[in-house]
Design a protein around this ligand. Structure first.
Ligand code: GRG
Length: 298
């Protein structure tokens, strides 16, 4: 994957800040050391930190290049929540995956019971971080409300339920995209929304940025589906269970590899188009957000 220099420089500056914040602020004083170990194991297992990076990108694009500890905490909260979703998604009762990011999944290392609790702990801790900080009360309330909507039964959890209910049923394109907008897209929507709340973007800017986020989220899932069929298990850092993959609704299973690439190009173009009004009518430097689309080169 070749990303633009602007994005590479941004990642090089801010990803270490996110990693350090997470490492230093995960609780070590919980009664059960094994629980803190299980939470830390997955949080520090080498994720790309895409979601907090997107939040920070909105802040940087709005002129806030010096990220405060409280802003880092709010962005980090989303990574905690994302990590919970991956731990639970990998459980035997869900996808039953034994490898993630090239290492043993949480339940393989700690057992299904402890992995469930590590996920529960991270989900709860995410909301604790959003309120336990010095941000203005109005920002805290807005962040908590937006995360609850996007992560909960109107957002990601609904998407996961839709996915599970439709295994072995072929969905059409609108139903597939509705599933993905919830399962994967909702947290990416929130990532940008959190940046808008922290940067106090105008209503017009927020509307355009959230439209960008929604197209970005869809592109992310299409690209992930494409990599699943075009990469080796070693490149993916996970074992691809062919039976499980065939049961799932994916873009390549519905449209083939070429049809999937065509759809990806159209969605990336929509995401780019969403930024155009901001280039013309706002002070935001949208080039950094546009650079995030370089993840999807095929
Ligand atoms: C269990 C409630 C619940 C929800 C799970 C997110 C999710 C819902 C399932 C993950 C399924 C999956 C692998 C979808 C593909 C897109 C995706 C979310 C990939 C993982 O995100 P990355 O690539 O992961 O940002 P890293 O490892 O970089 O953090």
């Amino acid at each position: 994957m070749t990303i633009t220099k602007q994005l590479a420089d941004f990642e090089a500056l801010y990803r270490p800040q996110i990693n350090t914040y997470l490492k230093e602020n995960l609780p070590k004083d919980v009664d059960q050391t094994i629980l803190s170990d299980a939470m830390a194991y997955s949080v520090n297992a080498g994720g790309k930190r895409l979601r907090p990076l997107l939040t920070l990108a909105v802040l940087v694009a709005s002129g806030h290049a010096d990220i405060t500890a409280d802003q880092l905490r709010a962005a980090g909260a989303l990574e905690l929540l994302h990590t919970y979703s991956l731990i639970h998604d990998d459980l035997p009762a869900m996808d039953n995956d034994d490898l993630r990011r090239g290492v043993a999944t949480n339940h393989v290392k700690f057992g299904a019971g402890m992995a469930t609790l590590a996920g529960d702990g991270l989900l709860t801790l995410a909301f604790q971080w959003l309120v336990d900080n010095q941000l203005p009360e109005s920002q805290k309330t807005a962040l908590v409300a937006a995360l609850a909507v996007n992560a909960g039964p109107s957002g990601m959890v609904a998407g996961q339920a839709d996915d599970i209910s439709n295994e072995h049923h072929q969905l059409d394109l609108p139903a597939l995209e509705n599933l993905h907008r919830h399962k994967t897209g909702a947290l990416l929507h929130y990532a940008v929304q959190a940046g808008c709340i922290l940067a106090k973007t105008t209503p017009d800017e927020t509307k355009a940025l959230l439209h960008f986020a929604d197209q970005f989220g869809l592109a992310f899932q299409i690209y992930d589906d494409l990599l699943d069929v075009t990469s080796t298990a070693e490149q993916l850092g996970k074992r691809v269970h062919k039976d499980a993959q065939e049961a799932k609704n994916t873009y390549p299973s519905l449209f083939g590899v070429d049809g999937t690439k065509t759809r990806l190009a159209a969605v990336v173009a929509d995401a780019q188009a969403a930024l155009v009004p901001l280039q013309q009518d706002s002070q935001l430097d949208v080039s950094l957000l546009a650079a995030f689309l370089s993840y999807f080169q095929i």
